[in-house]
Ligand binder design. Structure first.
Ligand code: NDP
Length: 287
């Protein structure tokens, strides 16, 4: 069955929108999210547009801040500082990647931990690993929502996460561990990846390699979560066209899996939806 992230995200965002009049009544204003984009990376521009659109749908006030590609690190940090001190701003997001001359870690560190809607700040990361209340990173949080949506019991299941990045692989492994799965994290040095994947009742692919996980690497009946967003060029009668594919080869995986997320329309919309949830959470905590 298809795990429809687009539909689930739409439902959750509609629920947030419904709460908004009550929030405004209770707190005297709605949550506000500042979204900073530096440069003109087309993929980043699409992500930012979708985030601003989600703010409109949920009733969150968005502040879109576009800075030119040649913005200095100092100027970006000063902008973050200004937003940190602005009491009417509840969440700050800097769309990654930033241009190469800007140090990404410095940017993440500069965002006030109370306004860290992405959950990337070292203090939020530490809190996650120490089981303290924290802002969870959006993609792993969205993945957990998707798995819960299947109704399967996570406890006692074998989960394999392919990828060990700070933003997806590691935190989703931690959340699955917290849900009492037995978790394996695989990566580029893993030997016999296919055999490791075949053990998974829950398989999360966060690799960044188009259609790398094929049906023969999946245990029959497994839940397959495809985090990958890869833009590839395919030949069509009208000439080459860009296509979005995941890290999982959907055609061969779909008949083997019990549940599988499509790309697009799976994890992607959930990530944005959780961002809205985090903005509301930051707002409530700050108030
Ligand atoms: P990173 O590039 O940071 O990490 C990729 C991971 O995959 C690394 O840990 C790497 O291992 C591992 N890897 C690479 N090649 C192989 C291989 N051949 N076999 C096994 N493991 C391998 O990527 P991200 O985690 O940031 O993103 C992963 C994918 O998810 C990307 O396609 C990205 O676009 C997408 N994404 C989607 C989001 C969404 O909302 N849907 C949000 C964030 C990301 P090693 O550590 O050994 O190098």
């Amino acid at each position: 069955m298809i795990l429809d992230g687009k539909a689930l995200a739409a439902r959750l965002k509609a629920e947030m929108a419904e709460q908004m009049p009550q929030i405004e009544k209770e707190y005297g204003r709605v949550p506000a999210l500042a979204v900073i984009i530096v440069g003109e990376n087309p993929a980043s521009q699409t992500y930012v547009r979708n985030k601003v659109k989600a703010c409109e749908v949920t009733g969150i006030r968005s502040l879109m801040i576009s800075m030119p590609e040649d913005t200095s690190e100092e100027a970006l940090l000063a902008k973050i500082d200004e937003l940190n001190s602005d009491d009417s701003v509840d969440g700050i997001l800097v769309q990654l990647p930033v241009p190469k001359h800007i140090n990404e870690d410095k940017v993440i560190n500069a965002i006030s931990v109370d306004k860290d809607v992405d959950g990337f700040h070292p203090q939020n990361v530490a809190r996650l690993w120490l089981n303290e209340p924290c802002i969870l990173p959006c993609t792993p949080k969205g993945i957990m929502h998707l798995i819960e949506e299947t109704g399967i019991q996570i406890s006692g299941k074998k989960a394999v996460v392919v990828g060990r990045s700070n933003i997806v692989g590691k935190p989703i492994a931690k959340l699955l561990l917290d849900a009492n799965a037995t978790v394996t994290i695989a990566h580029s040095r893993t030997r016999d990846l296919a055999a490791v994947c075949r053990e998974a009742d829950i398989l999360v692919a966060a690799v960044g390699r188009p259609e790398m996980i094929t049906g023969d690497m999946i245990k029959p009946g497994a839940v397959v979560i495809d985090v990958g967003i890869n833009r590839i060029s395919v030949d069509t009668p009208e000439g080459p066209k860009n296509k979005l594919v995941g890290d999982v080869d959907f055609a061969s995986a779909e008949p083997v899996a019990s549940w599988i997320t499509p790309v697009p329309g799976g994890v992607g919309p959930m990530t944005i939806c959780e961002l809205m949830g985090n903005a509301i959470e930051c707002f409530k905590r700050r108030n």
